[in-house]
Design a protein around this ligand. Sequence first.
Ligand code: PMP
Length: 407
Amino acid sequence: AIPPALAHARADFPILQRSVHGKPLVYLDNAASTQKPQVVIDAVTRYYANENANIHRGVHLLSTEATGAYETARGKIATFINAADDSEIVYTRGATESVNLVAHSFVEPKLQAGDEILISAMEHHANIVPWQLLCERVGAKLKVIPVTDDCDLDLTHFDELLNEKTKLLSLVYVSNAIGTVNDIAPLLAKAKAKGIPTLVDAAQAIQHMPIDVQQLGCDFLVASGHKIYGPTGIGILYGRRSLLDGMRPYQGGGDMIAHVAFEGSTFKEPPSRFEAGTPHIEGAIGLGAAVDYLSGIGLQAIHDYESDLIAYAVAKLQQIEGLTIVGNPRLRSGAISFTMGDAHPHDIGTVLDTEGVAIRSGHHCCEPLMKRLGVPATARASFSLYNTPADVDALAAALKKTAILFM
Ligand code: PMP
């Protein structure tokens, strides 16, 4: 049953009314990017129609209003993840830029040859490649927590992997490829006990479950706006204020400086220090509206509803002959990956598209994980608050047609 808080959610998303190839759209590519509710579209439109001006520098009314909207959105995001202060939210282009910011401004200045950065085999490339590049620059080592056949973290050697050489523990909360939910709080606590800073990649978590950064105890957390019903090109870095205070700038330019002279420049306090140049103003405002929308429904309600939906989808997909669900994690959120015999996942995706069902196929920016699980690629259905059991039924029906074609 659909709980009252979510009963009308579909109607909030205008794009869900359209059809593709003459069939009603069944959108199951939410891990890549979610659709936008009317309130987010309206917030962006209202900004351009009424408030558009550059922020922070103007004394005129439009600039003051735009600055107010931009900063109010920051406060909403801080509240959304229970940051201790608004200044702990840095706007970025997305999760990817947030990781790169931490690599450049926090880790690199302290990293020496022989030091280690600890990640897992379940990471998105965005939480692998920035560390690889950094380790190459410095002569440090990237260490990897393995995953089990079911695609849970294999913590057998965690205590040895997390050692005095470790300069950062950076972990994905929810796997975009398989849907594994990692029980990260105890791992973050172990790192904290050893004085090792931590980063949580919450790109696939923050839209599916309540997140409280103070309760989690992480030092940094990254997420992308476009995956949580907000605009593209905006994301966040949460950073503990005491750490942000000690960090060097990420990029140089306007708005991040206190004073500029040819003899040397000084920089603003966080978060401005990390927001050089004119930012994605309407993106931030749209993200604020998305966060309002999510809070209005309630993350616990979303979590409970989506959990039931995913359990229903797993059960339904298991009944399809020739279909294999890849990974069997203890806890799952957001995504289900599968293969069908020798059918190429791109071909599965193409046939589903003709039925109006949008899924994703490929390595999902997780090539090392795919290698570990022994598949070159998978087809992935990923869910959001507006999906329904009817969407799952449409997926299953389209997959049965696919099976007849390929098996
Ligand atoms: N981490 C995870 C777990 C993701 O799913 C993604 C996006 N697929 C990213 C990081 C990167 O996000 P973005 O491309 O929006 O920067």
